[in-house]
Design a protein around this ligand. Sequence first.
Ligand SMILES: [Mg+2]
Length: 387
Amino acid sequence: MPAPASDLSITRIVAAPLLGESPKGGWSHEIRPEDSVHTLIAVHTSAGITGFGSVFTNGGLVQAGLKVLEPLVIGENALEPERVTEKLHQNTFWMGRGGTLTHVISGIDIALWDILGKALGQPVGRLLGGVHRSRVRPYCSLLMEEPERMADVIGPFREAGFRAFKIGWGPFGRHDDARLDEAIIRAARDAAGPDADLLVDAGGSDAWWKPGLKWAIRTSHMLADYRVGWFEEALRPDALDDFVELRRQSPVPIAGGEVLTRRQAFTPFLVRGAFDIVQPDVTKVGGISEQRRIAWMANEFGVQYVGHGWNTALGVAADLQLAAALPHVDYVEFIGGSPYVDGILAEPFRLDDQGNLEIPMRPGLGVDLDPDRVARYTPNAADLFAP
Ligand SMILES: [Mg+2]
């Protein structure tokens, strides 16, 4: 039986940095095994229900952020995610607004929605307003390599049943060599097959991204020749005016927004018409509460929403629930070969024979972490799961 709401207060929040097997980012300063860039969060309650969330940032930052947030959140009603996380936003305006604290609030918010679902016996997607779909297509996100390696990069995931692929970062756009860029895309299209969805991510949020608007416009025409579904982060993430111009001139849809946080940061990009597709990250923007508002705002502007919460299985689970609860969602991002996605759940995600994922309809986020598997990647799994 669900516990009475009065008994469900937040008692403790734990952050567990994931280490050792973080997938390569394709970043110019590559992630090392000892670097923590993905962090799990557990929110414990007086009724013994625990909610789990995920944050795409360094575990030490998350633990420090929790110290700042705990006085505001401990003792709060665990069944009111939107009000509680908005309280955290409202009371931290001087302390890293849009930065670490917003990231940490994201993980807390996801965990609070998980708690609400578990307490009420309903999937989060239904609590967000209703379930529009039971399945959604994951696109398999893979790093670009030199052209001769792209078949090895894509092949195993095509064999595994994926029907949509996004290739990004790596050498693309970084060598001032249009022939190399095209050779990578040609090799990827050959490897993915003529019927697969193929998406391209330049990774313009990488350090010292150099190619500018003219490169992006020229490249967008090349991508159209290979029936690429969208061109992502073709410019530096804050280049609003250039994104507006690129979207006007590009024959392929323009995507971006993964590094933006807070709904307010998305407003000018939507009002000005910078994107065909907006990609907020539920583990960064402020959680499910914030992501839902961004996705609905995009919908008002005729901009498609695709979630970027691929960092852990919990980020994917949150994206799946959001995909259920919004009217026009074609994809979720799904990084290929990450143990933090494939290796921490009691029942890993599985593709159906159409290359789609079923959206869990069990209470909360609808997935269960496996404590023993999580313990392979974090020093404080025991604390995360201790009631
Ligand atoms: Mg991206």
